[in-house]
Design a protein around this ligand. Structure first.
Ligand code: CTP
Ligand code: MN
Ligand code: MN
Length: 510
């Protein structure tokens, strides 16, 4: 038996597991008999451990020198839940669901209180789902990241723009794009989901162990992650980046109005540069593509926040001129807090407008800009919206609201503090703008649908279908079990109908 002050308890190999009681060899009375503590030395150090053990015993806690079956609470410092679980695994000990893994803050609070204090999520290193001893688990985001259960659905994760795993997500974005260009849907989806889940992690992946328990990471994906961890770059990605097809598709689809089909055609015809395409006499271009070539340089240089703000003023002024009560909301990437975007998206709705006024608004607005010489390109899509149409089953279905895809001329004097775009001498910049007009009672669905990100939207719909037997799209939410449309005044209402925790727009950057 160890003498009272013997605290040399460094990790020994193959320590036999004790059964029964290896009573703490201290002279102190035990006051709290249903708690048996063990303090982990790892990362805490011998001295501090000895100090805490002595103090706890003096306060009437039973503290074991060695880990035994009777231990009910393991206390650790500077260890995450997964650290402790890994340590237990090394000791060949299975962490039963009764065993509490706690941060040292719980012990210090107990010592201060002179008695055991209630364990909350703040203290618990691992959330025990059915644990009766943790009646008040704290908010999920205060828990150590590695042991939180990460959902396979982006709509159950918070994804801010604070991406700790850019090396990996950049790689998967490229691989997803390449799969898209090759029309390999399955692999495209797998890479997009991998990128999305990694964007949500509150910590960087440093070793393959960090990927344990993270959903959406299949073998192919893990292989790429491993490559990046080992070499700092991915050979798969390098192959893609130097691939003729990828390079050409990337270039061609960067032109407004050029989709996969056109890119494919030009690639097959042997084109590799935009100037060759543009000057070829045998090709015909759509009105959209012509605008795309005409304003190419402006459109490939991203829209910044100042420019988006200036466009927002322009849109609000024009809308107010015809429908003063209408609300104009920035959606898309800028609503999610992005600093740049490929366009600026707006949702417009009016509580008072008649159907006819509603239908005419976008036309009036674009006519005004045309008169002002600001309308560089305009494509109106009329509404095909029907009140009782069931939400679409397709994850990527287009919506039925009236909308217009525009290119607007933004004069530089409207933009403060942006010098870069003032140097080209023409005094303005072409900006892509999307306007959507929706019936007032559908504004929550339209707002949710147009805020994105695309991956977030896809997973919302997938979640609705597979987890709730509901159908969701940009217009409505339908409960298939109850056979009713569920109405919503706000995005919060829609999350609530779906039984989802509300995710703020800036947390939807999946
Ligand atoms: N969207 C849609 N129907 C369309 C186009 C877009 O529902 N016909 C939705 C998509 O869910 C997307 C959002 O509107 O997430 C915004 O679209 P887009 O402007 O393409 O993407 P952003 O996220 O704004 O990205 P960027 O910053 O590049 O513009
Ligand atoms: Mn956008
Ligand atoms: Mn858009």
């Amino acid at each position: 038996m160890d003498p009272p002050q013997a605290v040399h308890l460094g990790p020994r190999k193959k320590r036999p597991r004790h059964t029964g009681t290896s009573m703490a060899s201290t002279p102190h009375d035990i006051r709290f008999r249903d708690l048996v503590l063990f303090i982990l030395e790892k990362k805490m150090g011998t001295t501090r451990r000895a100090f805490l053990m002595e103090l706890a015993r003096r306060k009437g806690f039973r503290v074991e020198n060695e880990l035994s079956d009777s231990v009910t609470h393991i206390v650790a410092e500077n260890n995450s839940g997964s650290d402790v679980l890994a340590w237990l695994q090394l000791q060949n000990i299975k962490a039963s669901s009764e065993l509490e893994l706690l941060d040292v803050s719980w012990l210090t609070e107990c010592l201060r209180a002179g008695k055991p204090v209630v364990m909350t999520g703040r203290h618990q290193l691992v959330v025990r789902r059915n644990s009766s001893s943790s009646p008040t688990p704290g908010p999920q985001d205060t828990l150590p990241p590695a042991v939180q259960k990460i959902s396979e659905y982006a709509c159950q994760r918070k994804t801010t723009l604070n991406n700790y795993n850019r090396v990996f997500t950049d790689a998967f974005d490229i691989l997803a794009e390449d799969s898209e260009f090759r029309e390999n849907e399955g692999s495209c989806l797998a890479f997009m989901r991998a990128a999305a889940v990694l964007k949500s992690l509150p910590f960087p992946i440093i070793s393959m162990r960090d990927t344990e328990g993270i959903p959406c990471l299949g073998d192919k994906v893990k292989c790429v992650i491993e490559g990046i961890i080992e070499d700092g770059e991915s050979s798969e990605v390098n192959t893609v980046l130097s691939d003729e097809r990828y390079k050409s598709f990337k270039l061609f689809t960067s032109v407004f109005g050029v989709g996969l089909k056109t890119a494919e055609k030009w690639f097959r015809m042997g084109f590799r540069t935009l100037s060759k395409v543009e000057s070829d006499k045998s090709l015909t271009f759509t009105r959209m593509q012509k605008a795309g070539f005409l304003y190419y340089e402006d459109l490939v240089s991203c829209v910044n926040r100042a420019e988006a703000e200036a466009i927002s003023v322009l849109v609000k002024e024009a809308v107010a001129a015809f429908l003063p009560d209408a609300s104009v909301t920035v959606t898309g990437g800028f609503r999610r807090g992005k600093m740049t975007g490929h366009d600026v998206d707006f949702l417009i709705s009016s509580p008072e407008a008649t159907e006819e006024e509603e239908q005419q608004l976008l036309h009036k607005v674009t006519d005004l800009w045309k008169q002002q010489g600001l309308l560089l390109y305009c494509d109106h899509i009329e509404s095909t919206f029907e009140k009782f149409k069931l939400p679409s089953r397709k994850v990527d279905a287009l919506d039925h609201f009236q909308k217009c895809f525009l290119i607007l001329k933004l004069h530089h004097q409207r933009v403060d503090g942006d010098r870069s775009s003032q140097q080209d001498g023409k005094g303005w910049k072409a900006i892509r703008v999307d306007l959507v007009m929706c019936p007032y009672e559908r504004r929550a669905f339209a707002l949710l649908g147009w805020t994105g990100s695309r991956q977030f939207e896809r997973d919302l719909r997938r979640y609705a279908t597979h987890e709730r037997k509901m159908m969701l799209d940009n217009h409505a939410l339908y409960d298939k079990t109850k056979r009713v449309f569920l109405e919503a005044e706000s995005e919060e209402d829609i999350f609530a109908h779906l039984g989802l925790e509300y995710i703020e727009p800036w947390e939807r950057n999946a």
